[in-house]
Design a protein around this ligand. Sequence first.
Ligand code: LLP
Length: 424
Amino acid sequence: MHHFALVDGVMHAEGVPLPALAEAVGTPFYCYSAATLARHAQVFRAALAHLSPPPLLAYAVKANPNLAVIRTLAGEGYGADVVSEGEMRRALAAGVPPERIIFSGVGKTAGELEAALCAGIYQINVESEEELHALSAIAAGLGLAAPVALRVNPDVDAGTHAKIATGGSEAKFGIPAERIPALYAEAARLPGLVPHGLAVHIGSQLGDLAPMEAAFSRLGALIAEIRRAGLAVTRADLGGGLGIPYDPALPEPPSPEAYGAMVARVTAGWDVRLAFEPGRLLVGNAGILVSRVIRVKRGLRRIFVVLDAAMNDLIRPTLYGVFHDIRAVVPRPGALRATFVGPVCETGDQFAEDRETTPLEPGDLVALMTAGAYGATMASTYNSRPLVPEVLVRGREWALVRERQTVDDMLRQEHLPPWLEEGG
Ligand code: LLP
């Protein structure tokens, strides 16, 4: 459910017509709906409302790190799951209290661990024995106690795209389950560490609850084993990963309610405070990428609609071969089968192949749907294309929440060495 819909034949973001936004900020641009963000935040919270104590809901900032997006979700009571000092600083800058921040990631640097400790965040999810030792030394050196959860690699196949599956035994993520009890005991002995519990995240865009259930069950068994050794386990972090609908032709992924019911069933009797790290579910269909048709090009066998957005603005179709719905902002009557491409000089710069839509002409606007997660944040400046702006809409109001980068911005950060300077 989202708030991008036709009103009198013109697609609106909530109460704002997209052509007016395109006029004001130029194209391409990302557009987010505050009402959709809030709704998803509330639906996910409601699906977990029966858990006791109330879980920590930590929005996975990587999905969309825009300050205004984080702030909107913080306003719904969400914390943040971060994977870099940059994300942590964004979360703090957006007003997320440190006691609602979890720091995940396989390659936290000494500087990042120190920053996390000094900020006083809720939990550091440790992903290896080596990281545990480094964290112990840093925390002890600072005279601080690091709140730790060990991230378990449960060795389950998440059944999602290989590039975003993280729970297999050969993945770089987490600590093999069989090593967890001994390492947890070691964490309890090491200086500067307070082990609170375990964490797991097996992948993203999951369309089936079974692999998650298998991973959570494994976590439950480990919690029991650690407790049998006389150690306290008070927290369990179940990660993110619930899928969202992208392609209207495919069956819908499990609902938050079904997920919540599964979690309640599997974690009954664990006696811990749970944490969740949803990303895509909260922001995915709260965002679209609006682009203008530059040209409609008749190839030998197919029609190419050349957009002013490209793979550098939204890389998901190129990188994962995934589906994003493409809709005309002001649909014309009739039908068109076309291949949607961008101006970048790569064949892979393609959003959709032989896609059925309404007729399009140069100058028309289109919306690439479900682009709120892993869209703007994965953009690059390839082909020296400036990063596009982001707009947040709320009712009839809208605000530019990230400016369009300019070529001058890019050039300002580059410097010629003295030997290449004129007269050098
Ligand atoms: N927690 C951890 C430890 C994660 O690694 C991730 C995502 C999440 C939570 C949030 O997962 P979500 O609820 O959003 O599925 N760029 C890819 C997705 C990469 C996901 C990486 N980790 C894409 O565009 O599909």
